[in-house]
Design a protein around this ligand. Structure first.
Ligand code: AMP
Ligand code: MG
Length: 420
């Protein structure tokens, strides 16, 4: 029989909090990927997600051709011992094939990308040929059959699966798709994301601050992080801490977005109206994750929209967005799960931690002179210290079981693109 875990004040375990992995699992279980698609011209598909498998309509390259400037020859006519002289007949250029058919004792001058003349299968680089006069060349032995030749279809064979449905189109993919002659593609519709901040203390940039008020920074970090993804963004501003205002904002957001994101108001304070509103209007799948920062994180549904209620603290907003929303948006668009890249690095700091929750401390990792990776903490780790995110280039991920790290221990880091 499994024993119920005892909560002690010596650890950070909370019986009603789910693990980070469980939260990720629930998100992908609940979300259904977008099915609707649109047809776009190739350039507009950069960063978009393929709505169909792409099969190659042709071979790439479409003909066997020379990989070097040099001389085309038939392999059975290659010199053995000693060097042998050959007569040059004609030139093959890229886009202007030669009409030559190979004859014993002859070579065809050939440029990179030109179709191999009939009967030839091997290229001798021009640097390896000695010119005797304007009609004859001397070729040394020890060349290999088929050298310096690009075979038809060696990059992409006709009818093979080139890019699968759900693939996010990269610059290399644009090149591949254009090499197949594909000018238009069917891509999934962009997810629509609406977000707003909650809090009576929040003022927008441009307004003046009264005592106890702060500027709303979460809407700016959220805007920045969303901007780097392939989504349509609606910024709904700051919503006051009243049940009615939050209720109305939920309704409005769910009409215009596939994903609704809020920050603040998800704890259990007297002015935290997100949870009761979600309860009244939709479903809540989880509301507490065993992590630091980011514990009060709500995931649910309002009408047909997926709802993510992020904590109010600025670092917690960024951490929860990167850990849950980025993968959720990727899954919504692609139907595929993208796991974060992690590396192992030596911690140059002693890090205190209590067992029971996953911590995402902000770190700076770099390669040391001997080639190993080392990571140090950014300094103060409070969830309001947003400068820690600005100087960091990774999270130091400490598992829920970890009870801290000694200087010199190996830790897991999750890199992200930072300022350094
Ligand atoms: P809450 O979860 O609403 O209690 O907020 C937790 C903390 O985060 C409080 O100190 C809030 O003032 C702060 N906070 C909430 N929303 C924002 C925001 N949009 N920008 C900056 N700080 C915020
Ligand atoms: Mg608040």
């Amino acid at each position: 029989m499994t024993q119920k875990r005892q909560t002690s004040c010596a650890d950070a375990f909370e019986a009603d909090a789910i693990s980070v992995n469980k939260a990720r699992e629930i998100i992908t279980q609940k979300i259904t990927p977008i099915k609707k698609s649109e047809n776009l011209d190739l350039r507009s598909c950069l960063g978009r997600y393929l709505a169909e498998d792409i099969y190659s309509p042709i071979n790439v390259p479409s003909h066997t051709n020379s990989a070097m400037d040099g001389y085309a020859i038939a392999s059975e006519d290659l010199p053995t011992q000693p060097s042998q002289s050959y007569t040059m007949c004609g030139t093959a250029y890229a886009g202007r094939p030669s009409t030559n058919t190979h004859k014993t004792g002859h070579v065809t001058r050939i440029m990179t990308g030109a179709v191999m003349p009939k009967g030839t299968d091997t290229i001798i680089m021009q640097e390896q040929v000695e010119i005797i006069d304007d009609k004859n060349v001397l070729i040394k032995p020890e060349h290999k059959k088929g050298q310096n030749v690009r075979q038809v279809g060696e990059d992409i064979a006709k009818d093979c699966l080139v890019l699968p449905k759900g693939r996010q189109i990269t610059p290399a993919d644009l090149g591949i798709l254009s090499s197949l002659g594909l000018g238009e593609l069917e891509v999934t519709l962009r997810p629509r994301v609406a977000f707003f901040s909650t809090g009576d203390e929040l003022r927008s940039v441009g307004e003046s601050l009264k005592e106890g008020e702060i500027y709303d920074s979460n809407r700016y970090t959220l805007f920045g992080m969303l901007k780097q993804l392939d989504v349509d963004i609606t910024d709904m501003g700051v919503i006051r801490d009243t049940q009615e205002a939050i209720h109305d904002a939920f309704i409005k957001a769910s009409k215009i977005a596939d994903i609704v994101i809020t920050s603040g108001g998800v704890s259990v304070g007297d002015a935290d109206y997100i949870k009761p509103t979600l309860k009244a209007l939709g479903d809540t799948y989880f509301w507490k994750v065993g992590m630091k920062p980011g514990r009060p994180l709500t995931f649910g549904k309002v009408n047909d929209s997926w709802f993510f209620g992020l904590p109010g603290n600025p670092v917690a907003v960024m951490v929860t967005f990167m850990q849950f929303l980025e993968p959720a948006i990727h899954y919504l668009s692609s139907g595929t799960i993208k796991s974060p890249i992690t590396l192992q690095a030596i911690s140059t700091d002693k890090i205190r931690k209590r067992a029971g929750r996953t911590e995402f401390q902000r770190g700076i990792f770099e390669q040391t002179a001997d080639g190993t990776l080392a990571v140090k903490r950014t300094g103060k780790q409070g969830s309001g210290i947003l400068t820690s995110m600005s100087v960091a280039n990774c999270f130091i991920v400490l598992s829920e079981h970890s009870e801290g790290v000694e200087k010199g221990d190996i830790v897991t880091v999750q890199p992200f693109s930072g300022a350094i």
